[in-house]
Ligand binder design. Sequence first.
Ligand SMILES: C[S@@+](CC[C@H](N)C(=O)[O-])C[C@H]1O[C@@H](n2cnc3c(N)ncnc32)[C@H](O)[C@@H]1O
Length: 336
Amino acid sequence: MTVEAVVTADRRSQLLALRETWPHVHTLIDEERAFGFEADEDRDDFGTAQQGGRGESYVAAQQARPEARITGIRGLMNLVVGPAAGDRPVVLDLLGGDGLLHRVCLGLDMPDTTIVTCDASSFMVASAWATGVPAVRQRAQQQVFRSGSVDGVLLAYGSHHVPEPERQAVADEAWRVLRPGGRFVLHDFAEGSPMAIWFQDVVDKQSATGHRYAHFTADWMRECLARSGFRGVTTDWMFDPIVVTGTSEQGAQAALGQYLLQMYGLDKLVRAHGEQGAATAAFELALEIFRWDTSTAFDGMGGAVRECVVERLGPSTWQCVLPRFALVAVGEKPEP
Ligand SMILES: C[S@@+](CC[C@H](N)C(=O)[O-])C[C@H]1O[C@@H](n2cnc3c(N)ncnc32)[C@H](O)[C@@H]1O
């Protein structure tokens, strides 16, 4: 089976293709679980526009500027692949989308790590395969991997999409699939932070899907991980900016506005102002909302800025940095 053929195929075909392209990951799949339940899809914010989702524009943003979120992705990978990881660590990216983290990590200095893209959305799984990234369709709450089979599990960039009553099940499943010594990393943009305000005041109002989800707090993260049995649980802030470049100051600002329009599917803003006007409006909204307080928790983070900055890097290169700080919890599954 070719990778292209998988794009529209079911889970059975996905697993067949996985066996061909990535046999060492295929051996980690529990076929009884894989064929015992389907990943039901009642609501899919990341499906196609025809399905009422904003998946196409989300994917377009990631594929146009894959390096825009590299700072945060590198930080997460350093946390999830611990010093005790084996020779060829396998990390599950539970909210993997179209495989962005997999692609970004190919460019980082971690050649032996395999990032397995997992996602509940058929459209996202198909988009990953279409770019050559093998992916598995599953819900984070009900995984198809064998117990004790993987070195790291990452729940990032969308943890708030998991329904509140099911969040503990996600941590329990992460615990189940991890081998002893493996790490679970839970990342979210904290409740009450500028990022949560952006979702509430901009994405909820300007996108086709809306965005009404409760974001995690540090206490909630700690409680979740501790209840599942993780040890040495820590929570910390991580600098996780969006960085884009342009050939002029205005170009870099417009590039950020355009990226935000696509990533968050701000269709209503485009309908009201046209593409260019909407990019300007998105940039101005971000400038206003992304102002972080003077909390010392952010001190000492390399390159961290507390409001949006545009700086000149060369004669015709300008860089626009939108500061985001994420909460990250890390826990380890102890040896029995
Ligand atoms: C914001 S996107 C992040 C995609 C990618 N990690 C990135 O950073 O570009 C969130 C993804 O989580 C997926 N998702 C949401 N709830 C899920 C769940 N319960 N189980 C698995 N995937 C889920 C969505 O389909 C979507 O692709």
